[in-house]
Every structure is written in structure tokens, then in C-alpha cells.
Design a protein around this ligand. Structure first.
Ligand code: SF4
Length: 199
């Protein structure tokens, strides 16, 4: 059975491949304050529907698939302005140029392209923390990194053990899987458990 990679998994993989494995291969998901906050902020955009905003049309909560890439995405909003369609993804926090968000948005653009049969040149990330939009250009380099990440996630599904994590405390302490992954405890025990030699 072909595995359809979810766009959210792309975001998780770019944050930490181990996290992606837990959430999308083992299907274990924990919440923390950041994921709960994001969920609450998303309640508005998660209602499917169509809306006019001046010259723009907004289509909310659309599910798309790319058969070519084996990709499944949920777009917060597909916007149409002056005859151009593009995805808009809503994020908590402030704009910080996070690669994981760019890859997730680009995956939405690739799926949208396949659906309408037209090139999607860009999309937007809207940050609740600053109420600003970041325009993300879907250039060749970003497209290629997105496709390579999709392939890497598909390969994760063939593993029976999680990959190495990033083990950077700055990110781990914000990761909702930290109490499941226990990166500090694993680091403390590394090399001290005899059975490690046989795995
Ligand atoms: S706690 Fe750290 S190493 Fe573990 S899954 Fe999260 S980010 Fe990755």
C-alpha cells in the first residue's frame, strides 16, 4: 500500500526526524502548551467554507492529494486574488524564517498545482504572534528540498526504530514529545547500558 505523506509530517521531520517518526510512524501524539495554543488559534480557519474579503476569495480547510508525490495536505486557506491561487498557512508565534514552515507550505503549493494544473509560484505564512504575513517563493531549491523530505519520510515508514533525534535542548524543551522521547535521560545513559552494544 502506498504511503501518502502528510504535509504536517514534513513540518515535523524538518523540526526533528525522530519527532516525525513518533507522530507519523508510531502514531503517538502528545500535546503541550504550544500545540494546544496552535489548536485553539486554528479553530476559526478549520471551518470549511468560502468567504469574500474585498477583492480576495478565501476557501477554508481544503484537503488535497498529490498522486505524483504521494502527498496528502490540508490547506488552512486557499486564497484567490487577481486570478492567482495560492495557499495561506496560519502559524502561532512570530515570523522567524523557519524552514519547516516553508517546506509544509511548499508541499501545499505542489498539491494545489497538481489539482488545478497550473504553476503556483508562492504562498503565505500568517503569524498570529505578529499579525503579519510572510511571502514564501516556491523556487526550484525549496521545491527540491520539499520533495526530498517527502522521500525521507516515506523511508522512515520502513524503519522499525526511530532515527536519531536532534537532541538540541533549545528545541527539545519546546517539543511536545519530550516526555516520550526523554532526550536528556537518553544522553545521560548513553554508553552505560550494556545491551546497547548488541543493538
Ligand atoms: S525531544 Fe528533541 S530529540 Fe526528541 S523528538 Fe523532540 S525534538 Fe526530537
Amino acid at each position: 500500500m502506498e504511503i501518502f505523506v502528510e504535509a504536517h509530517a514534513i513540518n515535523a521531520y524538518a523540526y526533528c526526524p525522530r519527532r516525525c517518526y513518533y507522530e507519523y510512524v508510531e502514531r503517538v501524539f502528545y500535546h503541550n502548551v504550544y500545540t494546544i495554543h496552535g489548536k485553539l488559534l486554528h479553530e476559526h480557519v478549520d471551518h470549511a467554507g468560502r468567504e469574500h474579503r474585498g477583492e480576495r476569495q478565501l476557501y477554508r480547510s481544503l484537503y488535497l492529494r498529490s498522486e505524483r508525490l504521494g502527498l496528502s495536505v490540508r490547506c488552512d486557506v486557499i486564497e484567490e486574488a487577481e486570478g492567482v491561487l495560492y495557499p495561506v498557512e496560519y502559524k502561532r508565534g512570530k515570523q522567524a524564517g523557519w524552514e519547516n514552515n516553508h517546506l509544509q507550505l511548499c508541499a501545499q503549493g505542489l498539491a494545489l498545482e497538481e489539482w488545478i494544473g497550473r504553476k503556483i509560484p508562492f504562498g503565505y505564512l500568517f503569524y498570529y504572534g505578529s499579525f503579519r504575513r510572510e511571502k514564501v517563493i516556491f523556487d526550484d531549491a525549496l521545491r527540491e528540498r520539499t520533495i526530498q523530505t517527502i522521500k525521507a519520510i516515506r523511508a522512515l515508514h520502513l524503519q522499525d526504530q526511530p532515527p536519531e533525534g536532534i537532541d538540541e535542548w533549545f528545541r527539545c524543551k519546546k517539543c511536545s514529545m519530550v516526555d516520550y522521547c526523554l532526550p536528556q535521560e537518553r544522553a545521560r545513559l548513553k554508553g552505560k547500558v550494556p545491551w546497547e552494544r548488541f543493538t
